[in-house]
Design a binder for this molecule. Structure first.
Ligand SMILES: Nc1ncnc2c1ncn2[C@@H]1O[C@H](COP(=O)(O)OP(=O)(O)OP(=O)(O)O)[C@@H](O)[C@H]1O
Ligand SMILES: [Mg+2]
Length: 402
């Protein structure tokens, strides 16, 4: 379900800003509009839909309009024109009172600068927003503790911010954002001030939080690796316009134009693409079937082995065509011939890890989630093809820009 919908959402800075709209329609560049009219295009007719539960990443170089766009989403910046819907409701038509409620309940914000109060303890910082809302002390303490626990800071509640590392302070900022329990969390370069290792930890943490809490997150970054790592959808901005919106694979494999191509050309796909990106549908069979049926399935699907699963798709093992024909002859069952020592991997393991794993084995690799359910299968060819896609793309981009 769409939680946020933007239609031609536009912000122009300067006097009488609407003047710039017909010029943008005529295709004037941001540079030209500034030179001729002194107006700055912040966001140019952005169109996108954010689905509930998604991590929607806004990426782009400095000055491309990321912060402006995210501030339009909670009307910290008033749009010059266009439409903004939250769960189908027109945000532009909200009264001052409705807007306050909207900001309190529906959209929360986490900033790059942690902006923690130095004289308040960690827990007091986290419950600040709840205090402002007039929630009673017992209740807000409870809510704040919960969100501190979520970000892994239980035990630190009575410390002061300056007793915490930068990464921990950022977590307090995140906990404060989460404590209000908004439907959408807006995060503007929230991890940019962190050093690379802590930053990666925070990304992992965010992904884990996301899988637990199913929050909708709008995440701004100018870092492509970060965008690819955490984004379900990525919107790439240039000069106030969105040049492409897509999944990480789409951005990488089908760049919309040369700008996007150049933006992604140095990406090492083996460190970005995961098993879930390259896996194929796994052909399966359940244990109540016999070897003859197994052979028939293999023939139908053109495969030489089948994964054995239970009714809930939990992976039990693998049967090969060779063993199945043997079983037909000597009367053994699938259970008898099933191999249980099957190579597996998780959906988010990276291609470079997979590649290493596959170097030593003959079998395809089964992709299973944390509860052991079979999600797909990775075959060596698919990994190679995905990696080759990159070198082709790079060669093409270099060729065209040369
Ligand atoms: N209050 C303002 N008044 C005038 N121009 C502004 C204002 N805020 C932003 N701009 C302009 O709007 C454009 C987009 O700025 P914005 O801050 O959204 O970029 P950004 O992508 O967030 O950049 P960064 O990565 O540096 O944070 C820039 O050209 C900027 O100069
Ligand atoms: Mg910014």
């Amino acid at each position: 379900m769409a939680i946020i919908e933007a239609k031609k959402l536009t912000k122009i800075f300067g006097n009488d800003p609407k003047r710039a709209i017909p010029l943008m329609d005529q295709g004037w560049s941001k540079e030209k509009i500034l030179a001729e009219t002194k107006l700055t295009v912040g966001v140019n007719q952005a169109e996108f839909t954010i689905e509930a539960g998604q991590i929607f990443v806004i990426m782009g170089l400095s000055g491309s309009g990321k912060s402006t766009l995210v501030r339009l989403l909670n009307r910290l910046i008033e749009p010059t024109s266009g439409q903004l819907l939250f769960e189908g409701k027109d945000v532009m038509k909200m009264s001052a009172e409705e807007l306050r409620t909207f900001r309190r309940r529906n959209v929360g914000m986490v900033f790059q600068k942690f902006a923690l109060f130095p004289h308040r303890t960690v827990i007091q910082n986290v419950e600040y927003g709840l205090e402002v809302q007039g929630i009673n002390k017992k209740k807000r303490r409870e809510m704040a503790m919960q969100s501190l626990e979520l970000v892994g800071l239980k035990g630190w509640e009575n410390s002061y911010p300056d007793q915490l590392s930068g990464g921990m302070q950022q977590r307090v900022g995140l906990a404060r954002g989460l404590a209000n329990d908004p439907d959408v969390l807006l995060m503007d370069e929230a991890f940019s001030a962190l050093d690379p290792l802590i930053r990666k930890d925070m990304q992992d943490e965010l992904l884990e939080l996301q899988s637990k809490m199913k929050k909708t997150i709008v995440f701004i970054t100018h870092d492509l690796d970060e965008a690819l790592r955490i984004g379900d959808q990525i919107a790439l901005m240039k000069d106030g316009s969105i040049v492409q919106i897509g999944t990480p694979e789409e951005i990488l494999m089908q760049p919309a134009n040369k700008y996007v191509e150049r933006f992604v050309e140095d990406v090492d796909l083996s460190k970005v693409l995961t098993a879930s990106h390259v896996m194929e549908k796994a052909e399966t069979i359940t244990l109540d079937k016999g070897p003859r049926v197994a052979l028939q399935f293999m023939k139908e699907h053109g495969v030489s082995s089948l994964y054995v699963v239970d009714k809930s798709m939990k992976l039990l093992g693998l049967v090969t065509a060779e063993d199945a024909s043997g079983a037909v002859k000597d009367g053994s069952t699938l259970q008898d011939i099933m191999v249980t020592d099957v190579p597996t991997t998780s959906p988010d393991s990276l291609l470079n890890e997979l590649f290493e794993l596959m170097g030593n084995i003959r079998l395809p690799v089964a992709v299973i989630n944390e509860s052991g359910r079979l999600k797909g299968v990775v075959i060596k060819g698919a990994v190679l093809a995905a990696l080759a896609g990159n070198s082709d793309m790079e060669a093409g981009a270099q060729h065209e820009s040369a």
